[in-house]
Design a protein around this ligand. Structure first.
Ligand code: MRU
Length: 346
C-alpha cells in the first residue's frame, strides 16, 4: 500500500491516510501547515503512538519552514514545538520525537537548519519501520503454529511508520509460515480494532475475527485464545504500561485464565521520568465519542459520559515487553534500565 504517512516535498505538505474514514473510505488528507498537523493528531486522522511521533517530527520541520524569515525564530519555534508536543498527552513518542527535532533546531544561526530538520524527520520515520521489524523478529517465537492471538486497539502499520508493533509480531510469525488466527477487540469508542486492525490484517490475508470488547472473559474461559499482545503508549520505569482503554481489563482476565499477556513497543515508548504508571497522564477525550455512534446520539440527553482514552496495566500482569532490543522480562525495573543503557551506548 502507499505509505499512510508521507512528506510531499514538492507540495510541502504532510500527506496522511485519514484513519477516521477507514475502512469505508481510503482518503488522504494533506496537512499544509504545522497547525494542520496538530489538528490531524488531535482529531486522530493520524493516531497510534509511533505514528503520531512521526507526524509530529514532520510538523516540527514544517513549523521551522514557516518561521524561516522570522528574526526571533528560535523563541517562536520553541513555542510551536511545545504546542505540537501537547497535541495528545499520553503517547510519549510524541514528546520524544519533538525533543529529537528540538535538539537539531537548537542553533544560534540566523535561520532554522531546515535541511537538517528535514533529514531528522525522515530518519525518525525510516528508523521506526526498522525498529518495528526488529520487534516483530524478537516477538515471533512467542507465537506457535496454530495459535489464536487476541489484540486490542490497533498497533499495526497504521499506528507506526509501517509494519506495526503488536501486529508486527503477528506479521513476522505469519511470514515464518505459522498459521495464526487473530481476534481483534472492537475497541470502543472509536473502534480502532474493528475498523483498523481488521482492515490491515484482512488486506494481508491474515485471518481475523472481530469480538466485542466485553467478550474477552468468555473467549479466554473457553480456551479460544493462546496469547494476548497489544501495543503501548507509554511504559513507566517499573514496567507499568499505558495503552488503549480496556487493555488492563484484558490483562486481568488473562492473568485469571493463565494466558500470556505481552506488550510490544519500541524503547522510545519507555519514559524513565515516570517511575510508575501513576505518573502517566491519561488522556480524557470528548464525551460525544461515547454518547454518539457514527454521528447519531445513542444515550439519553442530559447524561454524561466518562471517556478516558487509556488505562494503565500494572507490570505484574505483563508476561514480557517485546522491544527492538529483546523481550524484556520481570523484574522490569532492571531489564528496562539495562536495555535503555545499552541503546544509549549504541
Ligand atoms: O488513541 P489511539 O488510537 O492513538 O491509541 C493507540 C493505542 O492505544 C495503541 O495501542 C498504541 O498507541 C500503540 S501503537 C503501535
Amino acid at each position: 500500500m502507499t505509505s499512510h504517512i508521507r512528506f510531499d516535498s514538492a507540495a510541502n505538505a504532510l500527506v496522511l491516510l485519514d484513519q477516521r474514514k477507514l475502512p469505508l473510505r481510503e482518503e488522504f488528507l494533506a496537512c499544509s501547515t504545522s497547525e494542520d498537523v496538530i489538528r490531524a493528531i488531535r482529531t486522530m486522522a493520524v493516531r497510534g503512538a509511533p505514528a503520531i511521533g512521526v507526524a509530529a517530527a514532520w510538523g516540527c520541520f514544517m513549523a521551522a519552514n514557516e518561521l524561516r524569515d522570522c528574526a526571533d525564530w528560535q523563541n517562536e519555534l520553541q513555542k510551536r514545538y511545545a504546542e505540537i508536543g501537547a497535541a495528545r498527552p499520553t503517547a510519549v513518542n510524541l514528546a520524544w520525537a519533538v525533543n529529537r527535532m528540538a535538539e537539531i533546531a537548537n542553533s544560534p544561526a540566523q535561520r532554522p537548519p531546515l535541511a537538517e530538520l528535514h533529514s531528522e524527520a525522515a530518519r525518525i520515520q525510516t528508523e521506526d519501520i526498522e525498529i518495528c521489524k526488529a520487534i516483530g523478529a524478537n516477538g515471533a517465537p512467542l507465537i506457535q503454529d496454530g495459535d489464536t492471538v487476541l489484540t486490542h486497539c490497533n498497533a499495526g502499520s497504521l499506528a507506526t511508520a509501517g509494519y506495526g508493533t503488536a501486529l508486527g509480531v503477528i506479521r513476522a510469525a505469519a511470514a515464518e509460515g505459522k498459521k495464526i488466527k487473530v481476534i481483534a477487540d472492537e475497541t470502543r469508542p472509536l473502534l480502532q480494532g474493528a475498523r483498523l486492525t481488521a482492515w490491515e490484517l484482512h488486506k494481508e490475508g491474515i485471518p481475523v475475527a472481530i469480538a466485542c470488547d466485553n467478550a474477552c472473559a468468555l473467549l479466554l474461559g473457553k480456551g479460544m485464545v493462546n496469547l494476548i499482545i497489544t501495543g503501548a503508549d507509554r511504559i513507566a520505569a517499573n514496567g507499568d504500561t499505558a495503552n488503549k482503554i480496556g487493555t488492563c481489563g484484558a490483562a486481568i482476565i488473562a492473568s485469571h485464565f493463565r494466558i500470556p499477556f505481552y506488550i510490544a513497543a519500541p524503547l522510545s515508548t519507555i519514559d524513565l521520568k515516570a517511575e510508575t504508571g501513576a505518573e502517566i497522564p491519561v488522556e480524557e477525550r470528548s464525551q460525544e465519542e461515547v454518547l454518539e455512534f457514527a454521528g447519531a446520539r445513542i444515550a439519553p440527553e442530559g447524561v454524561r459520559a466518562l471517556n478516558f482514552a487509556f488505562d494503565i496495566t500494572p507490570a505484574p500482569l505483563i508476561s514480557g515487553i517485546v522491544t527492538e532490543a529483546a523481550i524484556l522480562r520481570p523484574p522490569y525495573e532492571a531489564a528496562i534500565r539495562k536495555a535503555m543503557r545499552q541503546a544509549a551506548h549504541g
